[in-house]
Design a protein around this ligand. Structure first.
Ligand SMILES: Cc1cc2nc3c(=O)[nH]c(=O)nc-3n(C[C@H](O)[C@H](O)[C@H](O)COP(=O)(O)OP(=O)(O)OC[C@H]3O[C@@H](n4cnc5c(N)ncnc54)[C@H](O)[C@@H]3O)c2cc1C
Length: 357
C-alpha cells in the first residue's frame, strides 16, 4: 500500500475524499511533462524541476517525430505497445495540446513492395490505398507510388511546440515549472517532508537503473517550402525505414536511425545520407529543402523496450519510453495518478520483472 500523507491534513476530511498530494517531478521531457499535467489537472500541488533551459528541455523529447502511431509501431513493438498506445491516442486527443489527426501513410517503391506486404501482415488499423487515393490524401505524391497502407486513426505533432504548450498549461493551472534547475545526485534526497518525487530523467538515470540502455536516434530538420505534405509518411526499405513528419510552417522532421549506442554527438555522414536520400526518394522536392538541423537523441530503453514505473520509498521512477515516449507518456501518467490516488495496481506491462536494479 502506497501511503499518502495529505499536504494539508484536515481532521474533518472524510475517509473517501481524495487527499491533495505534493509532488515534485524531475525532468520536463514528455514523460515528466505529462506526469505533471495529469496530477495538476487532478488538483494536486506540482513542481517540475528541469536541468536544461526552457529552449533545450527534453533531451530525447526534442528530437522525436513525434508520431502517435500505435498501429505502425506494432510492427516491431507488438500488441502491448499497440493496446496501450490506443489509450495514448485518446488521452492526447482529449488534452488538445496541438496534436494533428491525419493518419499515417506507409509507402514503398515498386522494388520494395514485398516490405509493404510484410508490414501490412504484421499490423492492424490500416487499409490499402491505391494511386488515386494516395493522390487525394497527399496531392504532391500523386503518380509516385502504386499502392500503400493508410492508418487513419494515428496522429502526430511538433514536439517542441507540444512541450511548451504543456509548460504553459501547467503554469496556467498554478504549477511551478523551474528550468535550469538540475536536481543533484542522489535525486531521492530531493524529496521534502511529505513530498512524493517522480523521477523522469530519461537516459540521465542510467547509472542508477541497471538494465536501462540508450538507443541513439539521428534526425534532420529541414524547411521545404511549398511541398505541402500533411501527415507522417513512412517509406519502407529493406535496410532502413525512414519517415518524414510535417511539423508545420513548411518544416519537416526526417527520422530516424536506431543504433544501440548512448552517444548523443553529431550525426554521421552515412546516417545523413540515408535520411536525406530517403526524403528525396519520397519526393524530389526535398532536394531543394534547406537543412535547419542535424541532431541525435538517446532513447531510454529497458530490455523489453516497454517503459516501466518503479517504486522506491516515496519516489516513483518512470523511464524507458524507448521509441514511444510521446505515444505512451499520458498512459504512464494516468497509471501513476490512479496508483497514487486509488492504490490501483500498475498495468502489468509497466512493472519491471527481474529488477536487478
Ligand atoms: C530521433 C527520435 C525520434 C523519436 N520519435 C518518436 C515518435 O515519433 N513518437 C514517440 O512516441 N516517441 C518518439 N521518440 C521517443 C521519445 O522521444 C522518447 O521516448 C521520449 O522523449 C523520452 O522522454 P523522457 O521525458 O522520458 O526523456 P527526455 O526527453 O530525455 O527528458 C528527460 C529530461 O530530464 C532532464 N533531467 C535529467 N537529469 C536531470 C536532473 N538531475 N535534474 C533535473 N532534470 C533532469 C533532462 O534535461 C531532460 O529534459 C523518438 C526519439 C528519438 C531520439
Amino acid at each position: 500500500m502506497w501511503t499518502i500523507r495529505p499536504s494539508c491534513p484536515d481532521s474533518a476530511q472524510s475517509m473517501t475524499e481524495k487527499p491533495t498530494l505534493t509532488v515534485s517531478i524531475i525532468g520536463a521531457g514528455v514523460t515528466g511533462a505529462w506526469q505533471a499535467l495529469m496530477l495538476a489537472q487532478r488538483g494536486h500541488s506540482v513542481t517540475v524541476r528541469e536541468a536544461a533551459c526552457e529552449e533545450a528541455t527534453g533531451a530525447a523529447s526534442r528530437m522525436a517525430g513525434a508520431m502517435l502511431a500505435p498501429y505502425c509501431e506494432a510492427e516491431l513493438a507488438g500488441r502491448v505497445v499497440q493496446d496501450l498506445g490506443v489509450r495514448g491516442l485518446k488521452l492526447w486527443h482529449d488534452a488538445g495540446l496541438g496534436a494533428q489527426w491525419r493518419g499515417t501513410l506507409v509507402l514503398a517503391r515498386p522494388r520494395d513492395e514485398a516490405d509493404l506486404v510484410r508490414f501490412g501482415q504484421k499490423t492492424l488499423g490500416h487499409r490499402v490505398v491505391h494511386e488515386d487515393e494516395i493522390a487525394r490524401l497527399e496531392p504532391e505524391l500523386g503518380g509516385r507510388f502504386r499502392w500503400g497502407l493508410f492508418f487513419p486513426d494515428e496522429g502526430h505533432m511538433a514536439p517542441r511546440r507540444a512541450l511548451s504548450a504543456m509548460t504553459g498549461r501547467l503554469r496556467s493551472i498554478g504549477s511551478q515549472v523551474n528550468f535550469s534547475d538540475p536536481v543533484p545526485e542522489p535525486v531521492w534526497m530531493a524529496a521534502g517532508a511529505g513530498e512524493i518525487v517522480i523521477d523522469c530523467r530519461g537516459i540521465a538515470a542510467r547509472e542508477e537503473l541497471k538494465g536501462l540502455r540508450g538507443v541513439r536516434g539521428e534526425m534532420a530538420v529541414v524547411q521545404a517550402e511549398g511541398l505541402g505534405l500533411s501527415r507522417p509518411i513512412r517509406l519502407l526499405h529493406p535496410r532502413s525505414a525512414i519517415y518524414v513528419v510535417p511539423w508545420g510552417d513548411d518544416i519537416y522532421m526526417i527520422g530516424a536511425t536506431s543504433i544501440e549506442s548512448e552517444y548523443a554527438g553529431p550525426v554521421t555522414l552515412r546516417s545523413s545520407l540515408d535520411l536525406l536520400g530517403t526524403a528525396c526518394a519520397l519526393h524530389p522536392g526535398f532536394a531543394q529543402a534547406r537543412i535547419i538541423e542535424f541532431s541525435a537523441g538517446v532513447r531510454p530503453a529497458f530490455p523489453d523496450n516497454i517503459p516501466k514505473i518503479i517504486k522506491r520509498g516515496r519516489r516513483l521512477i518512470v523511464n524507458g519510453a524507448y521509441r514511444h515516449g510521446f505515444l505512451l507518456a499520458p498512459v504512464l501518467a494516468e497509471a501513476v495518478a490512479n496508483h497514487l490516488e486509488y492504490d490501483e495496481p500498475l498495468p502489468d506491462a509497466f512493472v519491471l520483472r527481474n529488477a536487478g536494479c
